[in-house]
Design a protein around this ligand. Structure first.
Ligand SMILES: [Zn+2]
Length: 101
C-alpha cells in the first residue's frame, strides 16, 4: 500500500486534502474523487493525486485496513496550525517540523 494525497489542483492542497491509502494512484483517485467532488465540486480532471513518500503518514491509516490491504481514505488528518498543511512533514503538537524550525 502507498500513501497518496488527493486534492483539487486549482484550489491547491491548502483548501483541503485527503489522505489515501491505495495500491496505485488510479485506485487512489477512484476512491477519493467522490469526497473531493463533494467538497469543491471538482471535476474528475481537476482531482490531483500525489504520491507521498512520508512514512509518518502511515500512523494515520486505519491499521486493520492497512494490514488487510484494503484501500481507504482519511479525510481528517491533523494539519499544522501555522501553514495549514500536512503531508511532507510530521505534525506534532499542532506544528509541522518545517514551521517548528
Ligand atoms: Zn507548518
Amino acid at each position: 500500500m502507498n500513501a497518496y494525497m488527493g486534492y483539487d489542483r486549482i484550489l491547491g492542497p491548502k483548501q483541503g486534502a485527503i489522505l489515501i491509502f491505495a495500491k496505485t494512484s488510479k485506485e487512489a483517485k477512484l476512491i477519493s474523487y467522490k469526497m473531493i467532488h463533494s467538497w469543491f465540486s471538482s471535476s474528475w480532471i481537476d482531482v490531483s493525486i500525489k504520491k507521498m513518500d512520508a512514512h509518518h503518514l502511515f500512523k494515520h491509516a486505519d491499521q486493520l485496513k492497512l494490514m488487510n490491504n484494503i484501500p481507504h481514505i482519511i479525510d481528517d488528518v491533523e494539519v499544522c496550525y501555522r501553514c495549514q498543511l500536512w503531508g511532507e512533514y510530521e505534525v506534532t503538537d499542532g506544528l509541522c517540523e518545517c514551521c517548528r524550525n
